[in-house]
Design a protein around this ligand. Structure first.
Ligand code: G4P
Length: 526
């Protein structure tokens, strides 16, 4: 059912190291899709590095990122949903979770900087989930790395095959444009911030003398040599290798100059997957099943203490979501209906009546949802693949106002349900360990606990290297958990985790208990 709706949809995320050009590219997509009319309309949602402890700034930024969490636009009969990911690395886990809700990604690389740290980590998540990736090498108007070296670097550092779809003719101030390898045309560079189509010159292959009238002799000869080499090495793009996340098609362009956007978008809507089936605890769910199902991948709180409402972002996985229809909240085993579900259109959000697989619906929430919650039309299953990752920094939550312990309890529970940080509880002494990817979250937590829940706390650093989920034989696990009792805590799903103090201690544990596997994410294949 709903095949024609499903066939129209493409749901993806643009990922990049901060400053590579994600915001600019998003904006150009919306411009090409006719969703916005002027450049500069999409607010940059990155949290300024210089103001990491400025709470007003954080609030402002978080406010903006709600508006730009999902942007939908139409392009050539397709209905494209872009899911935004926060740029600040302290919110990396937010990004990882958003990646569970997309079917493919576009990765933006700065041609001057090449593969940066954040890019590598994001790609690890894509690889883990076999998410198809298209790469856009941006800022070709700047003097960047040699394109052959870049391709090599992409393959080596991102651990994925690459396949150039276009090829740059010089770079920096000599940038002339790109040669489109798949349809043998020249796309000539012209700096323009507002145009919504490329100037493509169709030529008949590289021997076409037109090239010599358009390019000077040196550039024409270099292009011919380069392309000969590329053809020899890369051949045809295999769409199945792309869909299986083995090969990433690569484009070169300049988002700021609206250059190379059209060929990227055209290829994207042609090759990128439509909404894909998803695994659950019970069976695989096909998007075209008649009955609705979906999961919550992000929760956004309103930071205004007078309006303590939240928006839960739900990805529709099958069937049709309808306004005012009863659905089952599987974890709570209760029926819920939604009078004002939102859809997000570029800059605004509107109440919607129905949504289809691939769409993201914003649900007004008063505290019913946790990240990873599943809604269905009656069946009981939970979507898999929304793992928790081991945090990088661990601190113990210390209550400093005993009169407010209830508020603190509730606050930390709700804020970690939102996904702001991970909470690990230890029965022994009722200790609470909070883990995050960056320091910033502790400041946000402390601020919000005080301002929204009236609870005062302190975070004390704890020397913990990694939180490890464990798999193995029951008897071994029991034995290990008894042996390391003081380092065992429980995650939000009540799964035991080993809080290993150092990499060395983790290695020792692995050696002593060879039948136990220690995992740094909560979902793993056994
Ligand atoms: P991000 O979301 O990935 O963090 O990056 P964003 O789009 O904000 O771009 C980062 C900077 O790179 C911006 O400059 C942007 O204008 C610039 N940029 C994006 N695409 C290109 C390109 O193709 N060529 C060149 N030369 N620059 C590009 P900024 O000075 O930091 O911000 P702004 O004041 O221009 O907004």
């Amino acid at each position: 059912m709903y095949e024609s709706e499903i066939a129209k949809r493409k749901t993806f995320a643009i990922i990049a190291h901060p400053d590579a050009g994600k915001t600019t590219l998003t904006e150009k997509f919306l411009l090409f899709g006719g969703q916005i009319q002027t450049a500069g309309a999409v607010k940059n949602n990155k949290i300024n590095k210089a103001t990491t402890s400025d709470f007003m700034e954080i609030e402002k930024q978080r406010g903006i990122s709600v508006a730009t969490s999902v942007m939908t636009f139409h392009y050539k009969e397709k209905w494209v949903n872009i899911l935004d990911t926060p740029g600040h690395k302290d919110f990396a886990e937010d990004t990882y979770r958003t990646l569970t809700a997309v079917d493919s990604v576009i990765l933006v690389i700065d041609c001057v900087k090449g593969v940066e740290e954040q890019t590598e980590r994001l790609m690890e998540v894509c690889r883990m989930r076999s998410t198809p990736v298209i790469i856009f090498v941006n800022k070709m108007d700047r003097d960047g790395k040699d394109p052959f070296d870049l391709l090599e670097e992409l393959e080596a550092k991102l651990n994925i095959g690459v396949h150039p779809m276009s090829w740059p003719i010089n770079g920096g101030k000599d940038f002339k444009g790109v040669y489109l390898l798949h349809n043998q045309s020249l796309n000539l560079f012209e700096s323009s911030k507002t145009k919504v189509a490329d100037d493509v010159v169709k030529i008949n292959g590289l021997s076409d003398p037109q090239i010599d009238t358009i390019l000077n002799a040196k550039d024409a000869s270099k292009l011919r040599d380069d392309v000969e080499l590329i053809d020899g090495v890369y051949g045809e793009l295999s769409q199945s290798d792309y869909l299986n996340a083995k090969t990433a098609p690569v484009f070169f362009g300049s988002a700021l100059n609206s250059f190379g956007i059209q060929e990227l978008l055209d290829t994207f809507i042609e090759v990128a997957p439509n909404p894909l089936p998803r695994a659950t605890t019970k069976r695989e769910i096909e998007p075209n099943e008649a009955k609705f199902s979906g999961f919550v991948f992000k929760i956004h709180a309103n930071l205004d203490p007078k309006h303590r409402d939240r928006i839960a972002f739900l990805r529709v996985c099958s069937g049709k979501f309808e306004r005012n229809k009863n659905f089952k909240h599987v974890r709570l085993e209760k029926q819920m209906k939604f009078a004002n579900p939102y859809m997000f259109l570029a800059q605004s959000k509107e109440v919607m009546d129905d949504a289809y697989p691939g769409d993201v619906v914003g649900l007004y929430d008063t505290g019913n949802f946790k990240i990873g919650d599943t809604l269905t039309e009656g069946e009981s299953f939970i979507f898999k693949g929304i793992p928790s990752f081991s945090p990088e920094i661990f601190k113990e939550l210390i209550n400093i106002d005993p009169m407010k312990s209830k508020q603190l309890e509730k606050g930390i529970q709700q804020l970690t349900d939102e996904g702001l940080a991970s909470l690990f509880l230890q029965e022994l002494g009722n200790r609470k360990f909070v883990g995050t990817v960056g320091e910033l979250q502790f400041e946000v937590l402390q601020y919000r606990l005080e301002h929204e829940y009236g609870a005062k706390c302190r975070f004390e650093p704890r020397g913990i290297h990694k939180a490890c989920w464990m798999s193995g034989e029951e008897a071994d696990l029991k034995d290990f958990m008894k042996y390391r009792q003081t380092n065992i805590a429980y995650d939000k799903d009540n799964q035991p985790v080993f809080l290993a103090e150092t990499a060395f201690i983790l290695r020792m544990a692995e050696e002593k208990y060879p039948n136990i596997t220690f995992h740094t994410t909560s979902e793993f294949k056994v």
